[in-house]
Design a protein around this ligand. Structure first.
Ligand SMILES: Nc1ncnc2c1ncn2[C@@H]1O[C@H](COP(=O)(O)OP(=O)(O)OP(=O)(O)O)[C@@H](O)[C@H]1O
Ligand SMILES: [Mg+2]
Length: 510
């Protein structure tokens, strides 16, 4: 006889840790740090706070092939209201981010999963201290009960918040492999710093090394805004939920205007004509056939304006330039922002940069791809990411010759990034996104080729000038002797050659 049972969300992710990025001790350590750090960054940026984040990782024990670490992370973000602390971090699939808005977090899983991973590898509870900046600071020590998906409290304290401190501190133990994860962790912070020069990030690693990424801009990015769903981004289930949540005496027209992004009353009237539904039909009178018709019409009508992209929070070209320059000191940098676009009702923007020379890593001629989605650097699963596929294709048509390493930075900001898994490492190839990435990369590669051509031409001119300067004088002197004429001054001639090849006087020619 088969035995049937139900799994709680905690138990499901406990059994399938890999899909959330917890596959081996090195990768799990990386994912845990990343998820908690991203929560801290969200807690700051969604509330227009300049982030100050401290992460400390200390080795506290050893096992056969792995080590036990204590991870401490402190931020100056919004803090979590007392009544939500335990659920936010002690319960899987509980989130403040289940709204349509651009943010790093979306699944209600990452931070909690990191704590659960710590608990199942070390058996120790988690300590969370948080305050929203009011008169109290709250501290909880708890574990996650996997079977019931509920937090189990070990201790609970409140302190007076004399200094009006605001933020969150999380401290817990987990198994990991820092020597193997180190490269990824440091890269992750460096790449984050390269697009968030307004953040102050300090990482203390288990070897006692301090990695400090200082803030160089004192301006917070424009925070993203919440929006209502766009008619092209919904499915039948969501439509039914929206109808159920509205009063049954409301008319279809009022419902459309109230529930959807980009639907005003004249659009609603035009649309309902197209859908062949009377605008004053009451929601309570919509039967399944009518709801079906409404749904099909909503997704196929092309009279809706594309979703508004003002609600997104892109990095911005100046900030991108500043951040990359601060972290990589390139010789050449070029940035591009594509016009906003949308896919299946979700607005998105692609931003990109190409940097060359300086401290850009790699061999001469290499093009390293740095991928970002909603300001998260993506370091794993590169091969299946849409940007990688596009770049590989473009490399064939733009044969780049370069004497130094190159890097392309690609950022996609959207209210919904089509991640391939909850581990958030690779982006699926929605055709609209692929097209924008391709156009951004083409612009950057074209500009770079032009720049290289200019540099190479100049170098060639300098080489020629050296020869002219050496021989023109001699030729002039011999010519004078042969012809018995006055010596000619060749300086104006050299100046003419210099200006033809745009070589400044100051360029050394010997
Ligand atoms: N440092 C923090 N400051 C303020 N709130 C936090 C912090 N960390 C977590 N939270 C709250 O806890 C919730 C759950 O976090 P968790 O990382 O599990 O999910 P998420 O960030 O919503 O989504 P994702 O799974 O994509 O990361 C968040 O939505 C947020 O409300
Ligand atoms: Mg999160």
């Amino acid at each position: 006889m088969e035995e049937y049972k139900e799994l709680s969300p905690s138990e499901f992710f406990y059994r399938n840790k890999e899909i959330a990025g917890f596959s081996n001790p090195a990768r799990s350590l990386y994912t845990a740090i990343r998820e908690l750090f991203e929560n801290s960054m969200d807690a700051c940026e969604l509330n227009e706070i300049l982030p100050e984040i401290v992460i400390s990782l200390r080795k506290v024990g050893e096992r056969q092939k792995t080590e036990i670490y204590r991870l401490y992370i402190q931020d100056n973000g919004s803090g979590i209201p007392k009544k939500h602390i335990l659920n936010a971090l002690g319960k899987m699939l509980f989130s403040s981010k289940y709204v349509i808005r651009q943010s790093r977090g979306t699944f209600g899983l990452g931070g909690t999963m990191s704590l659960l991973y710590g608990q199942i590898t070390t058996g120790k509870p988690v300590k969370v201290v948080s305050s929203t900046g009011n008169s109290q600071i709250h501290q909880y020590v708890f574990k996650i009960d996997v079977r019931s998906n509920q937090p189990k409290i070990y201790s609970e304290k409140s302190y007076r918040n004399y200094r009006k401190w605001r933020g969150t501190i999380i401290e817990f133990y987990l198994e990991g492999n820092y020597p193997k994860a180190m490269r990824y962790i440091i890269n992750y912070f460096k790449l984050t710093a390269a697009i968030t020069p307004h953040a102050d990030i300090l990482f203390l690693d288990p070897y006692g090394t301090m990695y400090y990424f200082p803030r160089t801009i004192n301006k917070t990015p424009q925070p993203p805004k919440k929006i209502k769903p766009h008619p092209h981004g919904i499915d039948l289930e969501l439509l039914k939920t929206l109808i159920e949540r509205s009063p049954s005496h409301m008319t279809v027209k009022e419902f459309l205007v109230k529930s959807f992004h980009r639907v005003g009353s004249s659009t609603a009237v035009k649309f309902l004509k197209y859908a062949k539904i009377r605008p004053d039909t009451k929601l309570g009178d919509l039967d399944d056939t009518l709801i079906d018709r409404l749904y099909t019409a909503l997704t196929s009508y092309d009279g809706f304006i594309a979703p508004n992209s003002d609600i997104l929070s892109p990095i911005g070209e100046d900030v991108l330039r500043e951040g990359i320059t601060k972290e990589f000191r390139p010789e050449y940098i070029d940035t591009v922002t594509r016009p906003p676009s949308s896919y299946r009702g979700h607005p998105f923007i692609v931003e990109a940069a190409l940097a060359y020379g300086g401290e850009i890593p790699g061999q001469a001629g290499d093009i390293t791809l740095f991928r970002y989605a909603n300001k998260i650097p993506l370091l794993y699963d590169e091969g299946s990411d849409v940007s990688y596929i596009v770049l590989e294709r473009l490399k064939q048509s733009y044969r780049i010759s370069s004497d130094k390493p190159l890097a392309i930075f690609i950022h996609i900001a959207s209210t919904k990034v089509p991640f391939k898994s909850v581990g958030k490492e690779a982006i699926a190839d929605a055709p609209e996104i692929e097209r924008e990435i391709e156009l951004a990369m083409r612009t950057l590669l074209r500009n770079f080729i032009k720049y290289r051509r200019r540099v190479v031409r100049k170098r060639e001119a300098v080489r020629r000038l050296k020869i002219y300067e050496k021989y023109l004088g001699l030729i002039a002197r011999f010519a004078k002797q042969l012809a018995g004429r006055e010596e000619v001054d060749i300086t104006p001639l050299l100046r003419k050659i210099r200006s033809r090849y745009k070589v400044e006087e100051s360029v050394e020619t010997d």
